[in-house]
Design a protein around this ligand. Structure first.
Ligand SMILES: Cc1ncc(COP(=O)(O)O)c(C=O)c1O
Length: 385
């Protein structure tokens, strides 16, 4: 292909934000850094370790910024997702998930190999996972940390009680290269309960369930060095629970529209986070009259948690996402007219759900004020194995 037929980068450091080619995923660095600082100080003040979830962003530069502030490491959801983070120098990674077993043993083998480069741990809730991990660690000569996942109300993965944990620990004892590191207790279902009180009550209930399992294990002489869990919607309660020794929030660094819709404690010293992630889009058609069309649809934005918000444009609404089109309408203004944006104007959308939105992009463009500052590869994009 000729030199003149190459896609140029969406932007370069130092360029005006307004000039970034759209659709483009933007990070407001001031808001992002504020979010990281707030979360780290809250964890430090509570004496709880922070291990942010990297599935939210899949971007090594984000993880390094969190670790530089005091995070003990990161979580990944899949073994393959961890690889770009290890390559970037992250030394402590927890796979907050069970390895899917297969005839080839591909995932347990990859994990055992990753454990030669970084301190790795993983969740289990079945003896067959333990046997597969033990065999892989023995064949690769590595050591893997193991967390038994307990179900604290979500009804997804995890054993229901201390008896279930004890059964798995008996099997673990047969594998000297696996080391019990504690319990994972995560309840995703409560993270987006809108009312602050409902989230508090449910989070406390979930933490109590985890605490009860930990105490029952202690009564059997089993110490749990770590109890890990929690997300952006529950973290303020998890930090005060006295049960979690480590928390795993991910979205707090970005705050998508869905998390923005939760009600939060409005006291001045409450733990709050700001929107830092935006999708820049351009109005590409105004021909219809009653609506305009922007150049960001399903292939740039995840809509599983609803449509994106439109930043600082309360009278506009993103109504519908097609593959590469987004339909934007306007509320009537005082004279009954609609103030729709002009052809070529730019909007900043607040994605409905940050995790799958990151997974649609190659790069995250960091800006401060009106200037582009950095261009970070979303290196784990698409790594779902
Ligand atoms: C195991 C686990 N830990 C932590 C999180 C935290 O996520 P977030 O703070 O982005 O909601 C999730 C999200 O789904 C998760 O599955």
């Amino acid at each position: 292909m000729g030199q003149n037929l190459q896609l140029s980068p969406a932007t370069v450091a130092g360029a005006a934000l307004e000039s970034v080619d759209t659709p483009a995923l933007l990070l407001d660095l001031n808001a992002f850094e504020r979010n990281l600082d707030r979360m780290q100080s809250a964890a430090d003040a509570a004496g709880v370790a922070l291990r942010p979830h990297a599935k939210a962003h899949k971007t090594p530069a984000v993880a390094l910024a969190q670790i530089a502030r005091g995070a003990v490491g990161i979580c990944c959801q899949k073994v393959s997702e961890a690889l770009p983070f290890i390559a970037a120098g992250v030394q402590d990674i927890h796979i907050s998930n069970q390895p899917a077993l297969s005839a080839s043993g591909a995932k347990t083998l990859l994990l055992a190999r990753a454990a030669q480069h970084a301190r790795m741990s993983v969740c289990v809730d079945d003896v067959r996972q333990i046997d597969a991990l033990g065999a892989a660690a023995a064949s690769e000569g590595s050591r893997i940390g193991v967390f038994v996942e307990i179900d604290i109300g979500q009804g997804r993965c995890g054993v229901p009680d201390a008896a279930g944990v004890l059964r798995l620990l008996e099997r673990l004892a047969a594998h000297p290269q696996l080391k019990f590191r504690g319990l994972q207790a995560y309840h995703g279902g409560l993270q987006h309960l809108r009312a602050h009180d409902a989230r508090r009550t449910q989070s406390q209930r979930a933490a109590e369930r985890a605490g009860a399992v930990r105490i029952a294990l202690e009564n059997h002489g089993v110490r749990c060095p770590t109890v890990t869990g929690g997300g952006t919607g529950s973290v303020e309660f998890d930090l005060r629970s006295g049960v979690f020794t480590e928390v795993q929030p991910g979205s707090y660094a970005f705050m998508d529209r869905d998390y923005g819709d939760n009600a939060y404690d409005d006291r001045a010293d409450a733990l709050r986070f700001d929107h830092a992630l935006f999708l820049a889009t351009t109005v590409m058609s105004t021909a219809a009259g009653g609506h305009v069309v922007v150049d960001a649809g399903l292939k740039s934005l995840a809509t599983d948690s609803g449509m994106p918000g439109i930043w600082q444009a309360d009278a506009l609404r993103y109504d519908q996402a097609n593959d590469e089109h987004g339909i934007v309408t306007a509320k009537d203004d005082e004279d009954g007219a609609k103030s729709l944006p002009a052809l070529g104007s730019r909007l900043h959308l607040v994605p409905g759900h940050c995790d799958p939105t990151f997974n649609l992009h190659d790069a995250l463009i960091g800006f401060r004020g009106e200037t582009v500052e950095c261009f970070w590869p979303i290196a784990a994009r698409g790594l779902s194995r």
